[in-house]
Design a protein around this ligand. Structure first.
Ligand SMILES: N#[N+]C[C@@H]1[C@@H](O)[C@H](O)[C@@H](O)[C@@H]2O[C@H]12
Length: 445
């Protein structure tokens, strides 16, 4: 049994496009994910977030679940298309009204809102008019949106995350093309990374100016344990590059003020175009870093590769439904690296969890022992990292609810609460009851 620090905070989360639904309600504008999902063949079973978990109407029921769990914090994202339906200019009061209801209900329940300002659902109008994140202008449009939102909520929301996983939306959305907007252009993808980072940096002082003495600002980055398939120089170099692409390309400009030289050299004339002063904007000091961790990838050299090296499957070890290796030591490695190499002032573990093939028993219970084992093993590694001095302030399990899992649609269930989509009935899984006990005792057995 391990005891977590007294002030340690426990949470869970969801994100707008994955749970809200009500895609055409109360003035919400179209997002690039609405458009992407409407393209046949992009999403498993041609599913979309048009209805999702109907959280827009059922938020009070979901907050009751948060209270039942006993969480102290709740991660959610604000949908830009609800606030500014065309991305810029007119503000949609009904959009603000929804998040007023959500935030006020969270505060009433004694739950700290942790709000992410962008979780991939760009207003489609900006994609049509500017070309989306390919255009530097979109970073400035983001800053305008952030000003509207933080002016409105700055006295009630004190923990802000500018972006979620810019690496994923940049590369899966613009290089690999399995995420919105579905581009497949290496040069474009790298250029969007700079515009995401610029947007982040532009947002930081705006959030602070519209907040108060309790306002804290961060960004959420995704981390994967990366190991070479062999110790050959080629496999080691391929792994080093992928660490650069997925991790250091974002960590270094934010915490060290410059892109990693080895990646810049590798990119050659694919390196993003920047402007004087961008580096200083991106490197504006943060109060904390949000970190997501799920799995390990074992990387193999490929002589034909330039911007993406393949990973190989590891036989004989447990995998989740996403075919992701269960590798708990990776969360320890990630946390201690952030502390050792980047001296991050404070860290919140924003997402950690697993998809398994959950099913409802005849008595309306859901047994998910593999998820409990996954969470337990990762939390034991988290505890070891904290014991070694890592300034981890809190942990959130992904996710509160089963939800729209992007290109995988609804077949992947990450929730500690089961969602029966045809009826929208919520059922706390065994892992939710287990997590409730972890929070109540602040210990993991
Ligand atoms: N896939 N997967 C699960 C989870 C996804 O549902 C979140 O939206 C992302 O922030 C991150 O990728 C992690």
């Amino acid at each position: 049994m391990v005891q977590f620090p007294e002030q340690f905070r426990w949470g869970t989360g969801t994100y707008s496009y994955q749970v809200e639904g009500a895609a055409h309600e109360d003035g919400r504008g179209e997002s690039i994910w609405d458009r992407f999902c409407a393209t046949p063949g992009t999403i498993v079973n041609n599913e979309s977030g048009l209805v999702a978990c109907d959280h827009y109407h059922r938020y009070a029921e979901d907050i009751a679940l948060l209270k039942q769990l006993g969480v102290q914090m709740y991660h959610f994202s604000i949908a830009w298309p609800r606030i500014m339906p065309t991305g810029r200019g007119p503000v949609n009061q009904l959009g603000l009204d929804f998040y007023d209801r959500l935030v006020d209900a969270l505060l009433e329940a004694g739950i700290e809102p942790f709000a992410t300002l962008y979780h991939w659902d760009l207003p489609q109008a900006l994609q049509d008019e500017l070309g989306g994140w390919a255009n530097r202008e979109t970073a400035y449009a983001f800053a305008e949106y952030v000003d509207v939102v933080t002016k409105h909520f700055g006295s009630r929301i004190h923990n802000w995350l500018t972006l979620n996983e810019p690496a994923v939306t940049a590369f899966e959305g613009h290089e690999i093309g399995i995420h919105a907007p579905g581009a497949r252009d290496v040069r474009l993808a790298w250029q969007t990374t700079h515009h995401f980072l610029l947007a982040h940096g532009l947002a930081v002082p705006i959030i602070r100016a519209n907040g108060d003495e309790k306002t804290r600002v961060g960004i959420t980055l995704n981390f994967t344990q990366l190991d070479p398939v062999s110790d050959t120089p080629e496999d080691v170099a391929a792994t080093r590059f992928m660490d650069g692409k997925m991790h250091r390309w974002f960590l270094d400009p934010i915490f060290r003020g410059a892109y990693p030289a080895d990646v810049v050299k590798h990119l050659g004339d694919y390196v993003p175009k920047t402007e004087t002063g961008d580096a200083e904007i991106i490197a504006r000091p943060l109060d904390f870093l949000g970190a997501n961790y799920y799995t390990r990838s074992v990387i193999k050299h490929d002589p034909t590769a330039f911007s993406e090296y393949p990973s190989v499957d590891v036989e004989g070890v447990e995998h989740t439904e996403m075919d992701w290796e269960v590798y708990p030591r990776g969360i320890y490695n990630m946390l201690t690296r952030l502390h050792r190499e980047y001296a991050v002032p404070r860290i919140y573990l924003v997402e950690n969890g697993a998809a398994f093939a959950d099913a409802v028993n005849p008595d309306d219970t859901v047994d998910d022992p593999r998820r409990i084992a996954y969470l337990r093993e990762h939390l034991l590694q988290v505890h070891t990292a904290i014991a070694e001095g890592v300034p981890l302030a809190g942990y959130s399990v992904w996710a509160l609810l089963d939800n729209f899992e992007w290109s995988e649609g609804y077949r992947m269930r990450f929730g500690i609460v089961y969602v029966d989509y045809p009826t929208q009935k919520r059922i706390m899984k065994a892992s939710g009851h287990w997590y409730q006990k972890v929070i109540a005792s602040n210990t993991v057995h």
